[in-house]
Design a protein around this ligand. Structure first.
Ligand SMILES: C[S@@+](CC[C@H](N)C(=O)[O-])C[C@H]1O[C@@H](n2cnc3c(N)ncnc32)[C@H](O)[C@@H]1O
Length: 399
């Protein structure tokens, strides 16, 4: 259990940020962590598997790779899966589920390939123990992941269970919440990430952060947890707690260590939204996330609100795109008169120029032409994916 091959999947665009995060959590040199397509690979111990689940803000899951080999047919898949010592990870009294993903696989049916993995696993248990574990699709004790490329099959045991963006604090979703992992990627891209050495979390030395379209508060709450040193997974259960190698005293010690490392906020965080309903959601979420003392939510139109603090800081937001959610407030009321939401962004830029001199604004948007529409020139653009939607995180300096 000391030399496990891990793969941590993440959203496209996040790989280098996740590689940096993994190296920081494991306190390893960067060259020991390899950023690959859609994830990061690293060798680690079972204890480090728990540590990564507990602290990673960017990974979707922590998977342990149990087999990797070439295949040409479903029979090869069966043979590879039959050879894996599944009995080291779960027993016949536990339930399991097989998930499969593929990238350029020549096989006709992925469902059939997943079925062959399931058959192999069940046959192995039956041969060795005379019994087999049952399949449970919704709440399995163990999750097996199979990934097919054009020529290779990889088989993993999932140690996370529910995906890691589920931090355990979200009660109220609002209309178009960001995934916590994407909010964390936005924060990491602008230099705001967990510091494991007691330094302020922002590379810009604890600058205040403000999301003026905060919705359910995801960005501000993630930022506040970072500012307080609260581990991302400190409020949830993990899949590894049901796997056979689990030792509760090791896990409890890691959790205790993480709780002891929490501290008062090292940066000031603000959020506001034109919809008072969303401000309520955000406040309730902040309370559940243990950061109600570290983040200040208020109502208000982004086109009218002045900076929440005097000294310049960082604006970070995913504004209304119009696809799922439209600009409201002044821009919303004038929509009938002024064509389109472009007006919202132009006005936002004007408002920021006038009232936010010295601030740095980061906006996540699927509209690659947004800088032109705002008549602003970006000085950085980071490609990020919001689910299937390709986005850019643009950085603008307000002078
Ligand atoms: C895409 S959502 C943001 C989601 C948020 N990041 C979250 O995780 O829940 C955009 C938000 O902008 C708000 N909004 C729309 N027009 C606004 C305006 N003029 N001023 C401030 N907020 C506005 C909406 O109420 C909505 O909550």
């Amino acid at each position: 259990m000391n030399e496990l091959s891990l793969f941590l999947p993440c959203a496209a665009g996040v790989e280098p940020l996740l590689a940096t995060e993994v190296a920081a959590i494991l306190q390893r040199p960067a060259q020991e962590v390899s950023a690959q397509r859609a994830g990061v690979a690293v060798q680690a111990s079972w204890r480090e598997v728990m540590l990564l689940n507990l602290h990673s803000r960017l990974a979707q899951r922590v998977l342990v790779r149990l087999r990797h080999g070439p295949y040409r047919s479903e029979d090869d898949i069966y043979a590879l899966a039959r050879d894996v010592p599944w009995e080291m990870w779960f027993g016949t009294r536990q339930t399991f589920k097989v998930d499969i993903t593929a990238q350029r696989s020549p096989l006709k049916s992925l469902n059939f390939a997943a079925l062959r993995v399931k058959d192999a696993l069940v046959d192995r248990f039956r041969d060795r123990e005379g019994e087999r574990p049952s399949v449970e699709v919704r709440w399995p004790d163990a999750r097996v992941h199979a990934h097919l490329t054009s020529e290779h099959l990889s088989l993993f045991i999932d140690t996370s269970g529910e995906p890691l963006f589920k931090r355990g604090w979200r009660a109220d979703k609002g209309d178009a919440p960001l995934k916590e992992t994407l909010a964390a990627a936005m924060l990491a891209a602008c230099g705001y990430s967990q510091s494991l050495d007691g330094q302020p979390p922002c590379v810009t030395q604890g600058l205040p952060l403000y999301d003026p379209c905060c919705g359910s508060g995801t960005i501000a709450i993630e930022a506040a947890q970072i500012a307080c040193g609260i581990a991302a997974g400190s409020q949830r259960y993990f899949g590894f707690e049901k796997l056979l190698p689990f030792e509760s005293h090791v896990w409890e010690a890691l959790r205790r260590q993480a709780i002891d490392a929490q501290h008062p906020p090292l940066a000031e965080i603000h959020g506001s939204d034109v919809a008072f309903r969303m401000v309520d959601f955000a406040s309730q979420n902040a309370q559940r996330a243990g950061v109600e003392h570290a983040v200040h939510f208020r109502g208000g139109d982004a086109l009218q609100r002045n900076p929440p603090i005097e000294r310049p800081g960082v604006l970070l937001l995913n504004p209304p795109y119009g696809e799922r959610i439209e600009a409201a407030g002044v821009a919303g009321r004038q929509r009938a008169i002024v064509e389109g939401e472009g007006d919202f962004f132009l006005r936002l830029a004007q408002h920021w120029r006038e009232h936010y001199p010295g601030w740095t604004a980061w906006i996540l948007t699927p509209d690659l032409k947004l800088p032109g529409r705002m008549r602003l020139k970006e000085n950085r653009r980071v490609p990020l994916w919001n689910g299937p939607i390709e986005c850019r995180l643009f950085r603008f300096q307000m002078r």
